[in-house]
Design a protein around this ligand. Structure first.
Ligand SMILES: NC(=O)c1ccc[n+]([C@@H]2O[C@H](COP(=O)([O-])OP(=O)(O)OC[C@H]3O[C@@H](n4cnc5c(N)ncnc54)[C@H](O)[C@@H]3O)[C@@H](O)[C@H]2O)c1
Length: 275
């Protein structure tokens, strides 16, 4: 096993673990010796992932969970106790984008239900997970919460009204929780990915009026001229989870190929995005 990043022996709860960045993090952390509790709505994919990880010699348990449902969260924490004896790291990764729910994405067309659903999963869900995980995190001597922000925590995008509002909120929730939980020795950090190739991005592109133009908008700002991959983010999550990052707290960490570092697109530099 490769133990470079120091997650060996840690117990991670990863929400939204069945696909994308959550799946990538589960695979990498398990490879490095962490026990991973996979929580998601997609039971089929989640069960399969747990089987895969266990077959490869890792330790994974899948548990159905909607992060906005308190009964589900209670059940997940029971599983963390019974199967892993507790929890060290909460990876608040579950998230949805409004384009998965509706094609009415402008202020005049979006329904209140859609707006509130996004906030309830992406923002309230993360807050609830932290609340339910707290008693277990308090028992850990390497406790942290790692929240999924976005470049839309900082900047505007078309067709991202609810999503962007939720991600701005997550960035601030991170700082408030870092303060609140400092006396408990629980660190709280947030990472903000650029465009990472997952089903969320594929669906978002499909819903765009001009998918090619939207893809350009998303990748032409990456100074590293490609889409990110889930493993790129997983590497950062493993670092933030590990004791090596013990002095990192309340941080908002861009993992965006450099897109927040400037105001331009690659063509100005005579560059093009690579596949
Ligand atoms: N992919 C990107 O480019 C990107 C960029 C910035 C931020 N993010 C954030 O990273 C996180 C993961 O994104 P992704 O691209 O891997 O998404 P994804 O759609 O590929 O996977 C998300 C997973 O979350 C699960 N999920 C959805 N609602 C849930 C709920 N209520 N409870 C539990 N699980 C739920 C889904 O079933 C799915 O398995 C999200 O918070 C997203 O906002 C992604």
């Amino acid at each position: 096993m490769d133990n470079n990043m120091g997650v060996e022996g840690l117990r991670l709860l990863i929400t939204g673990a069945s696909a994308g960045i959550g799946e990538g993090t589960a695979r990498l952390a398990a490879q490095r010796g962490a026990s991973v509790l996979l929580a998601d709505l997609n039971d089929e994919q989640g069960e399969r992932l747990a089987e895969d990880i266990n077959a490869a010699g890792g330790t994974a348990v899948y548990q159905h969970c909607d992060v906005s449902n308190e009964d589900d969260l209670e059940a997940v924490m029971e599983v963390a106790k019974s199967r892993f004896g507790g929890l060290d790291v909460l990876h608040n990764n579950a998230g949805i984008h409004e384009s998965a729910l509706s094609d009415k994405l402008t202020l005049d067309t979006m329904s209140r239900d859609v707006f509130e659903k996004i906030i309830s999963v992406n923002l309230t869900g993360a807050w609830l997970c932290a609340k339910y995980a707290l008693p277990l995190l308090r028992e850990s001597d390497n406790a942290s919460i790692i929240n999924a922000g976005s470049t839309s925590s900082f900047t505007g995008y078309p067709q991202c009204l609810a999503y962007g509002a939720s991600k701005g909120g997550i960035m601030q929730l991170t700082k408030m929780l870092a303060v609140d939980l400092a006396p408990d020795g629980i660190r709280v950090n947030c990472y903000c990915p650029g465009s990472i190739h997952t089903q969320m991005v594929d669906n978002f592109l499909k819903a765009a009026p001009d998918p090619k133009a939207m893809l350009n908008t998303m990748t032409m700002t990456h100074l590293v001229p490609r889409m990110g991959q889930p493993v790129d983010v997983a590497e950062l999550v493993c670092f933030l989870a590990s004791p090596e990052s013990s002095f990192v707290n309340g941080a908002v960490w861009a993992i965006d190929g450099g897109s927040l570092a400037w105001r331009g697109t690659l063509d100005i530099l005579g560059m093009e995005p690579q596949a």
